[in-house]
Design a protein around this ligand. Structure first.
Ligand SMILES: Cc1cc2nc3c(=O)[nH]c(=O)nc-3n(C[C@H](O)[C@H](O)[C@H](O)COP(=O)(O)OP(=O)(O)OC[C@H]3O[C@@H](n4cnc5c(N)ncnc54)[C@H](O)[C@@H]3O)c2cc1C
Length: 397
Protein backbone atom coordinates (compact mmCIF):
# COMPACT_ATOMS: atom_id res chain seq x y z
CA UNK A 1 0.00 0.00 0.00
CA UNK A 2 1.45 3.36 -0.97
CA UNK A 3 -0.03 6.79 -0.30
CA UNK A 4 1.25 10.35 -0.28
CA UNK A 5 -0.17 10.79 3.22
CA UNK A 6 -1.34 8.45 5.96
CA UNK A 7 -3.38 10.13 8.71
CA UNK A 8 -3.59 8.21 11.99
CA UNK A 9 -6.97 8.94 13.63
CA UNK A 10 -10.38 9.92 12.27
CA UNK A 11 -11.20 12.62 14.86
CA UNK A 12 -11.78 16.21 13.69
CA UNK A 13 -8.06 17.01 13.44
CA UNK A 14 -7.41 13.96 11.24
CA UNK A 15 -10.38 14.28 8.90
CA UNK A 16 -9.90 18.03 8.36
CA UNK A 17 -6.18 17.53 7.64
CA UNK A 18 -7.06 14.72 5.22
CA UNK A 19 -9.71 16.79 3.49
CA UNK A 20 -7.49 19.78 2.78
CA UNK A 21 -4.53 17.59 1.75
CA UNK A 22 -6.78 15.62 -0.65
CA UNK A 23 -8.30 18.83 -2.03
CA UNK A 24 -4.75 19.93 -2.88
CA UNK A 25 -4.26 16.76 -4.92
CA UNK A 26 -2.62 14.40 -2.40
CA UNK A 27 -3.49 10.67 -2.22
CA UNK A 28 -4.63 10.30 1.40
CA UNK A 29 -5.51 7.37 3.67
CA UNK A 30 -7.00 7.71 7.17
CA UNK A 31 -6.35 4.76 9.50
CA UNK A 32 -8.73 4.44 12.48
CA UNK A 33 -8.67 1.81 15.22
CA UNK A 34 -12.32 2.24 16.18
CA UNK A 35 -15.23 0.48 14.44
CA UNK A 36 -17.16 3.71 13.79
CA UNK A 37 -16.09 7.30 13.15
CA UNK A 38 -17.10 9.56 16.06
CA UNK A 39 -18.15 6.69 18.37
CA UNK A 40 -17.86 6.47 21.32
CA UNK A 41 -18.34 10.19 21.90
CA UNK A 42 -15.73 11.49 24.34
CA UNK A 43 -16.71 15.14 24.50
CA UNK A 44 -18.90 17.80 26.13
CA UNK A 45 -19.85 18.68 22.51
CA UNK A 46 -19.62 22.46 22.98
CA UNK A 47 -18.16 24.51 20.12
CA UNK A 48 -17.95 28.14 19.07
CA UNK A 49 -20.34 29.47 16.41
CA UNK A 50 -17.32 30.73 14.54
CA UNK A 51 -17.21 27.34 12.77
CA UNK A 52 -20.08 28.71 10.64
CA UNK A 53 -17.58 31.09 9.02
CA UNK A 54 -15.11 28.31 8.20
CA UNK A 55 -17.41 26.45 5.80
CA UNK A 56 -16.11 23.07 7.01
CA UNK A 57 -19.54 21.61 7.69
CA UNK A 58 -22.73 21.63 5.66
CA UNK A 59 -26.37 21.71 6.86
CA UNK A 60 -27.52 21.57 10.45
CA UNK A 61 -27.79 17.83 11.23
CA UNK A 62 -24.81 18.02 13.57
CA UNK A 63 -26.31 20.83 15.72
CA UNK A 64 -28.24 19.81 18.84
CA UNK A 65 -28.65 23.29 20.29
CA UNK A 66 -27.63 26.90 19.64
CA UNK A 67 -26.76 28.98 22.68
CA UNK A 68 -26.89 32.63 23.71
CA UNK A 69 -23.88 32.46 26.02
CA UNK A 70 -22.32 31.05 29.16
CA UNK A 71 -22.92 31.42 32.89
CA UNK A 72 -19.98 30.95 35.22
CA UNK A 73 -20.79 30.12 38.84
CA UNK A 74 -18.21 30.86 41.55
CA UNK A 75 -17.92 28.49 44.54
CA UNK A 76 -20.51 30.48 46.56
CA UNK A 77 -22.95 30.41 43.61
CA UNK A 78 -22.44 33.98 42.33
CA UNK A 79 -23.14 33.98 38.61
CA UNK A 80 -21.32 35.89 35.86
CA UNK A 81 -23.02 35.91 32.47
CA UNK A 82 -21.06 36.06 29.20
CA UNK A 83 -22.34 36.34 25.64
CA UNK A 84 -21.44 33.50 23.24
CA UNK A 85 -18.69 35.46 21.49
CA UNK A 86 -17.05 36.38 24.82
CA UNK A 87 -17.38 32.95 26.39
CA UNK A 88 -14.62 31.16 24.47
CA UNK A 89 -14.46 28.21 22.14
CA UNK A 90 -16.89 25.85 23.88
CA UNK A 91 -19.94 28.11 23.79
CA UNK A 92 -22.03 28.60 20.69
CA UNK A 93 -23.42 25.24 19.66
CA UNK A 94 -23.82 21.96 21.43
CA UNK A 95 -23.31 19.39 18.70
CA UNK A 96 -23.89 15.68 18.16
CA UNK A 97 -20.19 14.71 18.01
CA UNK A 98 -20.93 11.36 16.37
CA UNK A 99 -22.71 13.12 13.47
CA UNK A 100 -20.26 16.06 13.52
CA UNK A 101 -17.24 13.74 13.14
CA UNK A 102 -18.94 11.70 10.40
CA UNK A 103 -19.81 14.88 8.50
CA UNK A 104 -16.15 15.98 8.61
CA UNK A 105 -15.16 12.47 7.45
CA UNK A 106 -17.67 12.66 4.59
CA UNK A 107 -16.13 15.90 3.39
CA UNK A 108 -12.65 14.32 3.51
CA UNK A 109 -13.94 11.37 1.46
CA UNK A 110 -15.66 13.73 -1.00
CA UNK A 111 -12.22 15.26 -1.58
CA UNK A 112 -10.78 11.81 -2.38
CA UNK A 113 -9.61 10.46 1.01
CA UNK A 114 -9.79 6.71 1.70
CA UNK A 115 -10.58 5.42 5.22
CA UNK A 116 -9.51 2.12 6.77
CA UNK A 117 -11.52 1.30 9.94
CA UNK A 118 -10.74 -1.17 12.75
CA UNK A 119 -7.05 -0.80 12.01
CA UNK A 120 -4.62 0.16 14.73
CA UNK A 121 -1.31 1.80 13.89
CA UNK A 122 1.37 0.04 15.96
CA UNK A 123 4.57 1.80 14.86
CA UNK A 124 6.37 3.85 12.24
CA UNK A 125 8.06 2.38 9.20
CA UNK A 126 11.59 3.75 8.82
CA UNK A 127 14.43 3.33 6.34
CA UNK A 128 17.81 4.64 7.49
CA UNK A 129 15.97 6.59 10.22
CA UNK A 130 13.73 8.25 7.61
CA UNK A 131 9.98 7.83 8.19
CA UNK A 132 8.45 5.93 5.25
CA UNK A 133 4.98 5.05 6.57
CA UNK A 134 3.27 3.13 9.37
CA UNK A 135 2.88 -0.42 10.62
CA UNK A 136 -0.70 -1.37 11.39
CA UNK A 137 -2.80 -4.26 12.59
CA UNK A 138 -6.22 -5.14 11.19
CA UNK A 139 -7.99 -8.23 12.58
CA UNK A 140 -4.62 -9.62 13.78
CA UNK A 141 -3.03 -9.14 10.38
CA UNK A 142 0.11 -6.97 10.17
CA UNK A 143 0.04 -4.42 7.37
CA UNK A 144 2.75 -2.03 6.18
CA UNK A 145 1.41 1.22 4.74
CA UNK A 146 3.97 3.32 2.91
CA UNK A 147 3.56 7.09 2.80
CA UNK A 148 5.71 10.16 2.21
CA UNK A 149 4.02 11.94 5.13
CA UNK A 150 2.59 10.53 8.36
CA UNK A 151 0.10 12.67 10.31
CA UNK A 152 -0.36 11.93 14.01
CA UNK A 153 -4.01 12.82 14.65
CA UNK A 154 -4.24 10.14 17.33
CA UNK A 155 -5.64 12.27 20.13
CA UNK A 156 -4.71 12.69 23.78
CA UNK A 157 -3.11 9.22 24.04
CA UNK A 158 -0.96 9.92 20.96
CA UNK A 159 1.98 7.61 20.33
CA UNK A 160 2.99 8.85 16.88
CA UNK A 161 4.96 11.84 18.22
CA UNK A 162 6.77 9.68 20.77
CA UNK A 163 7.73 7.11 18.08
CA UNK A 164 9.20 9.98 16.05
CA UNK A 165 11.28 11.18 19.00
CA UNK A 166 9.04 14.09 20.09
CA UNK A 167 8.49 14.51 23.83
CA UNK A 168 4.68 14.31 24.08
CA UNK A 169 4.55 12.96 27.64
CA UNK A 170 1.77 14.63 29.65
CA UNK A 171 2.53 15.36 33.30
CA UNK A 172 -0.43 14.92 35.72
CA UNK A 173 -0.33 18.71 36.19
CA UNK A 174 -1.11 19.11 32.46
CA UNK A 175 -3.93 16.58 32.19
CA UNK A 176 -7.62 16.87 33.14
CA UNK A 177 -9.44 13.63 33.88
CA UNK A 178 -13.11 13.83 33.01
CA UNK A 179 -16.41 12.05 33.57
CA UNK A 180 -19.67 12.99 31.92
CA UNK A 181 -23.28 11.83 31.84
CA UNK A 182 -25.80 12.75 29.20
CA UNK A 183 -28.79 13.23 31.48
CA UNK A 184 -32.33 13.07 30.24
CA UNK A 185 -35.60 14.26 31.83
CA UNK A 186 -33.88 17.14 33.64
CA UNK A 187 -34.68 20.85 33.69
CA UNK A 188 -32.14 23.15 32.12
CA UNK A 189 -31.99 26.54 30.47
CA UNK A 190 -31.18 25.61 26.89
CA UNK A 191 -29.92 29.12 26.11
CA UNK A 192 -26.79 28.81 28.30
CA UNK A 193 -23.76 26.61 28.91
CA UNK A 194 -23.07 26.58 32.63
CA UNK A 195 -19.64 26.29 34.25
CA UNK A 196 -19.18 25.67 38.00
CA UNK A 197 -15.92 26.42 39.82
CA UNK A 198 -14.62 25.54 43.28
CA UNK A 199 -12.09 23.39 45.13
CA UNK A 200 -14.87 21.17 46.50
CA UNK A 201 -16.70 20.90 43.18
CA UNK A 202 -13.81 20.26 40.79
CA UNK A 203 -10.22 20.68 42.04
CA UNK A 204 -8.15 22.37 39.33
CA UNK A 205 -11.02 22.19 36.84
CA UNK A 206 -14.76 22.76 36.58
CA UNK A 207 -18.14 21.09 36.27
CA UNK A 208 -20.31 21.83 33.25
CA UNK A 209 -23.88 21.59 32.05
CA UNK A 210 -24.08 21.82 28.25
CA UNK A 211 -27.75 21.59 27.20
CA UNK A 212 -28.70 19.62 24.11
CA UNK A 213 -32.35 20.64 24.58
CA UNK A 214 -34.59 21.89 27.39
CA UNK A 215 -34.64 18.54 29.20
CA UNK A 216 -31.37 16.90 28.15
CA UNK A 217 -27.77 17.96 28.75
CA UNK A 218 -24.19 16.80 28.94
CA UNK A 219 -23.31 17.14 32.61
CA UNK A 220 -19.63 16.60 33.27
CA UNK A 221 -16.61 17.34 35.33
CA UNK A 222 -12.91 17.74 34.64
CA UNK A 223 -10.30 17.70 37.41
CA UNK A 224 -6.55 18.11 37.31
CA UNK A 225 -4.90 14.67 37.45
CA UNK A 226 -2.24 15.96 39.88
CA UNK A 227 -4.96 16.92 42.38
CA UNK A 228 -7.06 13.77 42.14
CA UNK A 229 -7.09 10.02 42.67
CA UNK A 230 -8.40 7.31 40.42
CA UNK A 231 -12.21 7.30 40.11
CA UNK A 232 -12.54 10.72 41.75
CA UNK A 233 -14.01 12.50 38.71
CA UNK A 234 -17.08 10.24 38.67
CA UNK A 235 -17.55 10.50 42.46
CA UNK A 236 -17.41 14.31 42.30
CA UNK A 237 -19.77 14.32 39.33
CA UNK A 238 -22.33 12.23 41.24
CA UNK A 239 -21.97 14.61 44.20
CA UNK A 240 -22.44 17.64 41.94
CA UNK A 241 -25.58 16.19 40.37
CA UNK A 242 -26.90 15.19 43.81
CA UNK A 243 -26.67 18.81 44.96
CA UNK A 244 -28.70 20.14 41.99
CA UNK A 245 -32.38 19.08 42.27
CA UNK A 246 -33.09 20.04 38.62
CA UNK A 247 -30.39 17.53 37.51
CA UNK A 248 -30.89 14.91 40.23
CA UNK A 249 -34.30 13.91 38.89
CA UNK A 250 -32.79 12.89 35.53
CA UNK A 251 -31.36 9.56 34.42
CA UNK A 252 -28.26 8.95 32.29
CA UNK A 253 -28.46 7.77 28.70
CA UNK A 254 -24.68 7.91 28.30
CA UNK A 255 -21.65 7.82 30.60
CA UNK A 256 -18.14 8.53 29.47
CA UNK A 257 -14.69 8.90 30.96
CA UNK A 258 -11.83 10.58 29.15
CA UNK A 259 -8.92 12.94 29.42
CA UNK A 260 -7.94 16.29 27.98
CA UNK A 261 -4.47 17.79 27.63
CA UNK A 262 -4.16 21.20 29.31
CA UNK A 263 -0.51 21.52 28.36
CA UNK A 264 1.74 23.64 26.18
CA UNK A 265 1.87 22.53 22.52
CA UNK A 266 4.72 20.20 21.59
CA UNK A 267 7.06 20.30 18.59
CA UNK A 268 4.66 19.47 15.74
CA UNK A 269 6.89 18.87 12.71
CA UNK A 270 9.69 16.46 11.81
CA UNK A 271 10.88 15.34 8.40
CA UNK A 272 7.95 13.36 6.86
CA UNK A 273 5.73 13.88 9.95
CA UNK A 274 3.16 16.28 11.45
CA UNK A 275 1.12 16.24 14.66
CA UNK A 276 -2.36 17.83 14.78
CA UNK A 277 -5.17 18.33 17.33
CA UNK A 278 -4.87 16.78 20.80
CA UNK A 279 -1.79 14.85 19.63
CA UNK A 280 -0.10 18.25 19.18
CA UNK A 281 -1.49 19.33 22.60
CA UNK A 282 -3.56 22.03 20.89
CA UNK A 283 -6.49 21.99 23.37
CA UNK A 284 -7.11 25.19 25.33
CA UNK A 285 -5.17 24.93 28.63
CA UNK A 286 -7.91 26.74 30.57
CA UNK A 287 -11.03 24.98 29.32
CA UNK A 288 -9.68 21.79 27.72
CA UNK A 289 -11.69 22.57 24.56
CA UNK A 290 -9.89 21.25 21.50
CA UNK A 291 -12.43 21.20 18.67
CA UNK A 292 -11.78 24.63 17.17
CA UNK A 293 -7.99 24.28 17.20
CA UNK A 294 -8.32 20.78 15.70
CA UNK A 295 -10.29 22.27 12.81
CA UNK A 296 -8.14 25.38 12.40
CA UNK A 297 -4.87 23.48 12.76
CA UNK A 298 -6.07 20.62 10.56
CA UNK A 299 -6.82 23.01 7.70
CA UNK A 300 -3.34 24.57 7.93
CA UNK A 301 -1.75 21.09 8.10
CA UNK A 302 -3.72 19.84 5.07
CA UNK A 303 -2.83 22.84 2.95
CA UNK A 304 0.85 22.55 3.92
CA UNK A 305 0.83 18.86 3.01
CA UNK A 306 -0.78 19.65 -0.35
CA UNK A 307 2.07 22.02 -1.14
CA UNK A 308 4.71 19.48 0.00
CA UNK A 309 3.18 16.73 -2.16
CA UNK A 310 2.97 19.00 -5.19
CA UNK A 311 6.66 19.95 -4.79
CA UNK A 312 7.63 16.38 -3.73
CA UNK A 313 9.54 17.74 -0.73
CA UNK A 314 8.81 16.28 2.69
CA UNK A 315 11.41 17.76 5.00
CA UNK A 316 11.12 19.85 8.10
CA UNK A 317 11.67 22.99 6.07
CA UNK A 318 8.60 22.70 3.83
CA UNK A 319 6.38 21.09 6.50
CA UNK A 320 7.52 23.76 8.97
CA UNK A 321 5.09 26.25 7.46
CA UNK A 322 2.36 24.26 9.29
CA UNK A 323 4.01 25.08 12.62
CA UNK A 324 4.44 28.74 11.63
CA UNK A 325 0.79 28.81 10.50
CA UNK A 326 -0.79 27.38 13.67
CA UNK A 327 1.46 29.56 15.84
CA UNK A 328 0.16 32.61 13.97
CA UNK A 329 -3.46 31.44 14.15
CA UNK A 330 -3.71 30.37 17.79
CA UNK A 331 -0.23 29.74 19.26
CA UNK A 332 -0.14 33.00 21.16
CA UNK A 333 -3.54 32.31 22.71
CA UNK A 334 -2.52 28.82 23.83
CA UNK A 335 0.70 30.16 25.40
CA UNK A 336 -1.17 32.98 27.15
CA UNK A 337 -3.93 30.66 28.39
CA UNK A 338 -1.35 28.24 29.80
CA UNK A 339 0.08 31.06 31.91
CA UNK A 340 -3.43 32.12 32.96
CA UNK A 341 -4.21 28.50 33.94
CA UNK A 342 -1.13 28.44 36.19
CA UNK A 343 -2.24 31.65 37.93
CA UNK A 344 -5.88 30.58 38.30
CA UNK A 345 -4.75 27.32 39.92
CA UNK A 346 -3.27 29.42 42.72
CA UNK A 347 -6.59 31.17 43.45
CA UNK A 348 -8.50 30.08 46.53
CA UNK A 349 -12.30 29.84 46.49
CA UNK A 350 -12.66 33.14 48.31
CA UNK A 351 -10.70 34.94 45.58
CA UNK A 352 -12.97 33.42 42.91
CA UNK A 353 -16.01 34.53 44.93
CA UNK A 354 -14.75 38.11 45.17
CA UNK A 355 -13.92 38.12 41.47
CA UNK A 356 -17.41 36.89 40.56
CA UNK A 357 -18.99 39.42 42.90
CA UNK A 358 -17.04 42.23 41.18
CA UNK A 359 -18.05 41.08 37.71
CA UNK A 360 -21.62 39.82 38.18
CA UNK A 361 -23.18 43.10 36.97
CA UNK A 362 -20.39 44.00 34.56
CA UNK A 363 -21.49 44.68 30.97
CA UNK A 364 -19.04 42.54 29.02
CA UNK A 365 -20.20 44.00 25.71
CA UNK A 366 -18.39 47.19 26.81
CA UNK A 367 -15.27 45.20 27.68
CA UNK A 368 -11.97 47.04 28.14
CA UNK A 369 -9.10 46.41 30.54
CA UNK A 370 -9.74 49.84 32.07
CA UNK A 371 -13.45 49.17 32.72
CA UNK A 372 -12.65 45.75 34.27
CA UNK A 373 -10.08 47.34 36.59
CA UNK A 374 -12.66 50.00 37.49
CA UNK A 375 -15.25 47.32 38.34
CA UNK A 376 -12.73 45.56 40.59
CA UNK A 377 -11.52 48.74 42.29
CA UNK A 378 -15.06 49.81 43.05
CA UNK A 379 -16.07 46.50 44.64
CA UNK A 380 -13.00 44.69 45.96
CA UNK A 381 -9.80 46.74 45.60
CA UNK A 382 -7.72 44.07 47.41
CA UNK A 383 -8.31 41.79 44.43
CA UNK A 384 -6.14 43.97 42.25
CA UNK A 385 -2.92 42.71 43.87
CA UNK A 386 -3.97 39.08 43.29
CA UNK A 387 -4.91 39.80 39.69
CA UNK A 388 -1.73 41.71 38.90
CA UNK A 389 -0.01 38.70 37.23
CA UNK A 390 -3.11 38.17 35.05
CA UNK A 391 -3.17 41.79 33.96
CA UNK A 392 0.54 41.65 33.21
CA UNK A 393 -0.11 38.73 30.83
CA UNK A 394 -2.99 40.53 29.09
CA UNK A 395 -0.85 43.64 28.56
CA UNK A 396 2.28 41.72 27.44
CA UNK A 397 0.66 39.21 25.09
C1 LIG B 1 -14.97 14.56 28.62
C2 LIG B 1 -14.46 15.46 27.54
C3 LIG B 1 -15.20 16.61 27.22
C4 LIG B 1 -14.75 17.46 26.21
N1 LIG B 1 -15.52 18.52 25.88
C5 LIG B 1 -15.15 19.35 24.88
C6 LIG B 1 -15.99 20.42 24.46
O1 LIG B 1 -17.10 20.59 24.94
N2 LIG B 1 -15.53 21.23 23.46
C7 LIG B 1 -14.32 21.05 22.87
O2 LIG B 1 -13.94 21.85 22.00
N3 LIG B 1 -13.51 20.02 23.23
C8 LIG B 1 -13.90 19.16 24.21
N4 LIG B 1 -13.11 18.09 24.55
C9 LIG B 1 -11.86 17.89 23.81
C10 LIG B 1 -12.11 17.33 22.41
O3 LIG B 1 -12.91 16.18 22.49
C11 LIG B 1 -10.77 17.03 21.74
O4 LIG B 1 -9.97 18.18 21.82
C12 LIG B 1 -10.96 16.63 20.27
O5 LIG B 1 -11.69 15.43 20.14
C13 LIG B 1 -9.57 16.46 19.63
O6 LIG B 1 -9.73 15.96 18.31
P1 LIG B 1 -8.58 15.06 17.69
O7 LIG B 1 -9.00 14.78 16.30
O8 LIG B 1 -7.26 15.65 17.94
O9 LIG B 1 -8.60 13.71 18.57
P2 LIG B 1 -9.74 12.64 18.81
O10 LIG B 1 -11.08 13.20 18.55
O11 LIG B 1 -9.47 12.07 20.15
O12 LIG B 1 -9.46 11.53 17.70
C14 LIG B 1 -8.33 10.69 17.76
C15 LIG B 1 -8.64 9.44 16.97
O13 LIG B 1 -7.45 8.69 16.78
C16 LIG B 1 -7.76 7.32 16.92
N5 LIG B 1 -6.52 6.61 17.26
C17 LIG B 1 -5.75 6.79 18.37
N6 LIG B 1 -4.67 6.00 18.32
C18 LIG B 1 -4.75 5.29 17.16
C19 LIG B 1 -3.92 4.30 16.55
N7 LIG B 1 -2.79 3.89 17.14
N8 LIG B 1 -4.31 3.78 15.38
C20 LIG B 1 -5.45 4.20 14.77
N9 LIG B 1 -6.28 5.14 15.30
C21 LIG B 1 -5.92 5.68 16.48
C22 LIG B 1 -8.80 7.29 18.02
O14 LIG B 1 -9.55 6.09 17.99
C23 LIG B 1 -9.64 8.52 17.67
O15 LIG B 1 -10.70 8.22 16.80
C24 LIG B 1 -13.53 17.20 25.54
C25 LIG B 1 -12.79 16.05 25.85
C26 LIG B 1 -13.27 15.18 26.84
C27 LIG B 1 -12.48 13.94 27.15
Amino acid sequence: MKYDVVVVGSGPAGTVTARFAAESGAKVLIVERRAEVGVPVLCGEGISQKIDDWGMLEGKRWIANKMEGARIYSPDGTMVRLSADMAGNETGYVVYRDIFDKELARMAVKAGTEIMMKTEVTGLLKENEIITGVKANQFNEEIDIEADIVVGADGVESKIGQWAGIDTLLKPHDLETCAQYTLTNIECDKEYCDFYLGEEIAPGGYAWVFPKGKDVANVGIGILASLSESGMALKLLDKFIGSHPELKKGEPVRLLAGAVPVAQPVETVKDHLLLVGDAARHADPITGGGLTTSLEGGKIAGETIGKAVNEQKFDNEILGSYETGWKEAFGKKLRRNYLVKEILLGFEDKTLNLLADSLKDYKFEEFSTFSIVKALVLKHPTLLMKLKPLMKISVEK
